[in-house]
Design a protein around this ligand. Structure first.
Ligand code: NAD
Length: 422
């Protein structure tokens, strides 16, 4: 029998498929909620014939999501939300074993990245899945038939939602988008626990730094920053938080961290992590004050949080790759600043992103949101919408069950008491 033709693809090496399949199986072994949804999708086929376009980190967990959507009857095309986060073996397995059109290779340049986003849109997706909104924003730039065929999209990260809300405010957003990033289950697990553990994992894998006894500076105390601060403290680091929002700064202080402007923290830190979603939060004036051998990392979505041009211009002594993903910038006075993962999102570029058990929740939400869009997208209308509470609660309930945790339900008396309040 002839082998089924492969879907369109531009991946590093199809021969890596077997290794990729192993990674996917390992990830799925830690994704019980997604597995439950997949079993239901196999039986009900709620996505029959739907074309999905995804711009997500090309990891084993993402593969688990796409396999689940495929089980529901969808066909999928995938490009990467970040060239450094691509797991080439997973890309190969998705093409070779799961009929997903993948255009992504680790380390691809920005031109290739943009071409892959456009090619993914060329497959005519009806539902888009984004992590940073590149797919949907590009679709809006291209316009035409592509937008007419769109049922809707989902967005996985804070920065993507900022961009899409800007589009909405300008009256240009043409389809509904479900804000997966803001679901309660996502906030609780992904941003805090996922980023908290994996950002430190990336920093440690790349630099092999010991956190205990050292000072780690977290710039941005949002959901992700809180997780990083908490985990770093747990590992024995003294943690300094820098913020611009008074309430977030107050929260950090009440949680027991030192809080101060970045300029002061610059002199104290051994490890710096930016996670603000903003730009140039670490720049010349800060680099000039840092200690010899300070480690610099970014966990925010875009690589704009450190001003790399200014860092480069300060490095009159040269820039050397001293370990994989560690560049040493030698300043005029001999001090060395160590930049991790080229300033790109460190937990993905230097580690494997959020652990599968965390992505289980994110991608269970994604799968149920795709189903929701297919069922009810036309009723929603253009705009950024919250994930329906029923989906959020269902995912939380399934995750608790998978963890073997039981909880109480309110008694009838308690329900009546609550409802008696005006
Ligand atoms: N690496 C990951 O896996 C991961 C996970 C979640 C979010 N993110 C990304 O991390 C960034 C932050 O996400 P979040 O969900 O924590 O957002 P958030 O909006 O909850 O928090 C960002 C915080 O940064 C603060 N901030 C902004 N500019 C600042 C500045 N100049 N100096 C100090 N503080 C500043 C804000 O006041 C806010 O409290 C976004 O880019 C998001 O996309 C990455």
């Amino acid at each position: 029998m002839a082998r089924a033709a492969l879907p369109p693809h531009e991946v590093a090496d199809l021969a890596l498929a077997e290794a990729g399949e192993g990674r996917i199986e390992w990830a799925l072994g830690q994704m019980p909620v997604l597995n439950r949804i997949r079993e239901r999708f196999v039986a009900e086929r709620p996505l029959e014939g739907i074309r999905i376009g995804a711009c997500l980190h090309v990891t084993a967990e993402t593969a688990g999501l796409l396999v689940t959507l495929g089980a529901g009857g969808a066909t999928a095309s995938l490009c990467s939300a970040n060239p450094l986060s691509v797991q080439d073996e997973v890309a190969a397995a998705l093409v070779g074993r799961h009929a997903v059109a993948v255009r992504a290779a680790r380390g691809e340049d920005l031109d290739a990245y943009a071409a892959h986003v456009r090619a993914t849109l060329g497959d005519g997706p009806q539902v888009t899945l984004d992590d940073g909104a590149d797919l949907l924003i590009t679709a809006h730039g291209l316009g035409g038939e592509l937008l007419e065929g769109l049922i809707g999209g989902t967005e996985e990260t804070t920065t993507g939602l900022v961009r899409l809300r800007r589009l909405e405010q300008e009256g240009k957003l043409q389809c509904p988008v479900l804000a997966v990033n803001e679901a309660r289950t996502e906030r609780a697990l992904n941003d805090r626990h996922g980023t908290g553990q994996s950002a430190l994992d990336g920093i440690i894998r790349a630099s092999h730094v010991l956190l205990a006894g050292h000072t780690l500076v977290v710039i941005g105390y949002g959901w992700a920053g809180q997780g990083i601060a908490e985990r770093a403290r747990g590992a024995g680091a003294a943690v300094i938080v820098c913020e611009i929002d008074p309430l977030r700064a107050l929260e950090a202080r009440m949680a027991g961290y030192e809080v101060m402007p970045v300029l002061q923290a610059a002199e104290r830190g051994d490890v710096f992590v930016t996670v603000t979603g903003s730009r140039r939060v670490l720049r010349r004036e800060h680099f000039e004050r840092m200690k010899d051998r300070a480690v610099l990392a970014n966990a925010g979505h875009f690589d704009v949080e450190l001003d790399l041009e200014e860092l480069r211009s300060l490095a009159t002594g040269g820039v050397t790759e001293v370990r994989p993903l560690v560049e040493e910038y030698r300043l005029q006075d001999g001090r060395r600043l160590n930049l991790l993962a080229h300033g790109r999102v460190v937990n993905l570029a230097a580690a494997e992103g959020h652990p599968a058990a965390v992505m289980d929740v994110s991608f269970a939400l994604q799968a149920l949101c795709v189903e929701e869009l297919v069922r009810k997208g036309s009723q929603l209308g253009p705009g950024v919408w919250p994930v329906p509470e029923t989906i959020d609660t269902e995912v939380g309930r399934l995750k608790l069950a998978a963890l073997g945790v039981e909880i109480d339900a309110p008694t009838a008396e308690q329900e009546r008491y609550r409802e008696s309040w005006l």
